[in-house]
Structure formats: C-alpha cells, structure tokens
Design a protein around this ligand. Structure first.
Ligand code: ADQ
Length: 461
C-alpha cells in the first residue's frame, strides 16, 4: 500500500457506533451518505476516520474497522453544551442558513469551539502518516485545517462544507469571522456545495483576512488555497435497486391502497429543522386546500419528520408549532375517513422511505435554505418508473443541478400552492420527460463521483 495514497477523514461524528460491551464490543458502521461514499476509499487505500462517538465523557481507544483506523475524540458534557449545541448549532447553523433564526453569539461558546477544534487537529496529526491526504468535514470543524497545518505542514488538507456559506454581509455578523476564515484557509482545497457558496467564501476571505486572489484561487500566508464547488450526491444505484425490489413495489402499493387508491399523494420527508421550511409548507398546503381546486377526496399531504437537536430551544418550539399547524389544517379540511395531512414524527428505514418515494405523486422539497438536500435526489433516484413530479425550493443547493424540477420560492405561499396544483395536473408526457432528465443528472453524478472528484482535486493541488 503506497504511503501517499492514504486518506484521513475528520468529521464531528464518527460513521460507526460501538456495539456490545467488554471484550465482545465492536464497531458497527451506521448507514449514511457520507460513510457510504468514503468508506470504499478508506477500505481501498487505508487510513483513518477521526470523530466523536456522540456520547459525552471518555472515549474508546483507536481500533481497526473495515481496514481503516477509527480514532474517537472525546467531548465532555460541558463541551457538548457549548461547542456542539451552542456554537455549532445555535451560532453557526442559523447564521449560515440566512439567519432564519437569530444566531446567538456567546464568548463562552467560542473558547470550547477553539479547544475542541485543536483536539480534533491533534488527533488527526497523530493519525496521519507523512504525505497522507486529510479531508475535514463541515461547520463544526472549521479551525481544524489551520491547527493541523501548524502541527503537520507536510499534509495535504481538504475541507468540505456541507451547509451553505452565507453572503459576506451576513457572515460579517460573526465576532470571530477572521479566525474562522483563517481556520479554513489552512486547507489546500476548500469545497462547497454550490458555486455561490464558494464565491461567498472567497469574497469574505478577501474582505476579512489578508487573502488575495480570485473566486477559485486565493493566496494566503504564502500558499495557494483552491476554492471550488463539489455538489454532494447519493448512492444512486442503491436507491434504484431498492426501488425496483418487488417488496418495495408491494409496500408502495400498500401505502396507496391504505390512503385510498384514487387519491394523489404529496409527500415531504425532512429532519425536523427550521431550515427545512416544514411550517411554511404547511401554510402553503392550507392555502392549497383553501382554494378548493383539490379537496381531501383527491389529495393527501404526508409529512414524515424525524426529530433532531431537541435540546436546542428553537427546535422544541418548532416541533410544537408544526404539530399545531397540522392540527389546524386537519381541523379545517379533514372529513370523516379523509384526513388532509398525515404527520409521522419518526425515522423510517431507508427501504421504507423508498416505498414512500415510489408511492408519492408529488414530492415537495421546499427548504427555506439548504446546502444540498439529499431527499430530492433520493426521490429522483427511486423513480425507476420515471413517474412522479419533484417540486423543489430555489433555495436548496440541489436546485442548481435539478433544474427540470418545478422550482418554487417556498416563502411565496400562493406560488407554492399553485406549484402543487400544477404538479398534480402536469401532463404525463411532460412529467416523464422532466423526471428522465433529472434521473440522468443523479445517475451521472452520484456520491462516489463526488468523493473521487474532491479527492482528485485535493491530490492534484
Ligand atoms: P441534512 O440537513 O441532515 O444534512 P439532507 O440532505 O436533508 O441533510 O438529508 C437528510 C437525510 O436524512 C436523507 O438521507 C434522508 O433520507 C434522511 N431522512 C430525513 N428524514 C428522515 C426520516 N423521517 N426517516 C429516515 N431518514 C430520514 C446536511 C445539509 C444538507 C446536505 C447534507 C449532505 O444540511 O443540505 O444535503 O448535509 O451534505
């Protein structure tokens, strides 16, 4: 195995869970997009994955799993509060998503953010061999490139941001804006979901640091930092296979017959997060039924939402608000035996999700702001029958690639309700044509191509 070809991946959460106790304890891969894409690279070339287990307190020793080293980084319960729920989820997350919620700026969250980033950098420095490629992921770890370069100038360091990078005027709010930018500029390659994200970053770097250059190449501290867009994707072949499985087709039929075979289904699937626009979408659904072109005998709206970050106040309030709104739309429009909105607050198995995707006539993916949004791509990949219509927010990164979806401004409730009507009435040929074009995009650009392109660009420099 060539020493230069190894990769060290750093993400806030490890892609594995510790199962069992005592001597029989072992690591088990948790299913997810990132690990699906990156594990094959690590398996092929060896390397390490550095991250937190998700449990506060001391962490297990590094161990070998699937041909690479799993290196846990411990977080204390105070750091979980300040670094994770605080600075990551209550400062950076809202700020980077157009300040949909007001970001909180607290000095006593910043210190732990710095300290945890330094710890991740030290763990990565210990895991990496001379000449390894290092790939740092996401907003929790934006200082890692800088600290890692201090410790290990021999490494090639890449950074990928999964969420949007905000426009300069918004980013300027951050009291620690220069430190964050200098943290990122420690990398050789900084990648974003969209061209706009890359451009926003380069502009902010020129405005708030000594970096100089173009939107794709910055000179900083005597080095060149490449900047680019690398839209993430999904394991398209897995979704196609699952969607074509007779058991999935049976499950999709079962969902339809339970709903009422003559009724059309509008479906949404989201993490329960204010960026996903679930409450705004419910308002649009209310408007849709109010207009009366379609009633509950014709259409049902299904919202599947998996709870997340419930320790953060905004999320707990959002959940209450959504549940009140579901009640309100149903109170207004449901009739005996015909509910306007089905709301499932739970996580579904991936195979179950695919059955819902296959059952849905219209998929409503209407986040207020989203780095990419993989649900949109999963829906398209699952429509091996070329059926279904995707209604997609202009403010999801996915809208840059999935241009033949019915695009919508989710804050325009009238326009969103009209898009739902249009989607339901779209002539079959037009719908199939659009879906086939979307399918070509997700087949050509899957998550493996994404990872190879990023690693290739990092290696080339
Ligand atoms: P998220 O905002 O978490 O991540 P998103 O792209 O919306 O990511 O994907 C969510 C994933 O969770 C999808 O794979 C989906 O199938 C799954 N999921 C959602 N609801 C579920 C449910 N009820 N049950 C089971 N699974 C469910 C961030 C950024 C995104 C970016 C991704 C990847 O915010 O913009 O696309 O990272 O870079």
């Amino acid at each position: 195995m060539a020493a230069t070809s190894r990769t060290v991946v750093i993400s806030n959460r490890l892609p594995v869970q510790r199962v069992g106790k005592g001597p029989s304890a072992r690591w088990q891969t948790s299913p997810g997009g990132l690990v699906t894409a990156i594990e094959p690279i690590l398996r092929r070339s060896g390397g390490a994955w550095v991250g937190w287990t998700g449990v506060a307190g001391s962490s297990p020793r590094p161990a070998t799993h699937e041909g690479y080293t799993v290196r846990p980084v411990p977080l204390s319960s105070h750091e979980v509060e300040t670094f994770y729920h605080g600075f990551s989820n209550s400062t950076l997350w809202p700020l980077y998503h157009d300040a949909i919620r007001t970001p909180e700026f607290h000095k006593d969250w910043w210190g732990p953010y710095v300290e945890v980033n330094r710890r991740f950098a030290r763990a990565a420095a210990a895991a990496a061999r001379k000449g390894d490629l290092v790939w740092v992921h996401d907003f929790h770890l934006q200082l890692v490139p800088h600290y890692l370069r201090e410790l290990r100038p021999d490494l090639r360091i890449g950074f990928f941001l999964h969420i949007p990078f905000p426009p300069e005027e918004l980013f300027a709010w951050l009291p620690w804006r220069t430190q964050i930018l200098e943290g990122l500029l420690g990398a050789d390659l900084v990648g974003f979901q969209t061209h706009a994200g890359a451009q926003n970053f380069s502009r902010a770097a020129r405005a708030f640091t000594t970096a100089d250059g173009t939107d794709t190449s910055l000179e900083f501290d005597g080095r060149i930092v490449a900047v680019g867009s690398f839209p993430i994707s999904i394991d398209t072949a897995w979704y196609e296979k699952a969607a074509a499985d007779p058991a999935t087709i049976r499950d999709a039929h079962a969902i339809r017959s339970r709903i009422g075979p003559s009724r059309k289904i509008i479906l949404s699937v989201d993490r329960l997060d204010y960026t996903k626009g679930i409450d705004t979408r419910l308002q649009a659904i209310g408007e849709f039924f109010r207009r009366g072109r379609y009633g509950v005998d014709d259409v049902v709206f299904i919202q599947v939402a998996v709870p997340s970050r419930e320790r953060v106040g905004d999320y707990a309030r959002l959940r209450t608000r959504i549940e009140q709104m579901v009640g309100s739309v149903n109170g207004e429009y449901s009739v005996p035996g015909r509910v306007a909105v089905h709301y499932f607050r739970r996580s579904l198995q991936r195979e179950e999700l695919v059955a819902y995707y296959r059952a849905a006539d219209v998929m409503a993916v209407t986040p207020l702001r989203d780095g990419m949004n993989l649900v949109a791509k999963e829906y398209v990949a699952s429509r091996v029958d070329s059926g279904g219509v995707l209604v997609l927010s202009e403010f999801a990164g996915a809208a840059r690639e999935l241009r033949r979806a019915l695009l919508v401004n989710p804050r325009d409730l009238e326009a969103t309700a009209s898009r739902f009507e249009e989607a339901l009435a779209l002539p079959k040929d037009d719908a199939r044509h659009r879906m086939n074009i979307l399918r070509t995009v997700v087949r050509r650009h899957d998550v493996f191509e994404w990872a190879d392109t990023f690693i290739g660009a990092l290696r080339r420099g």
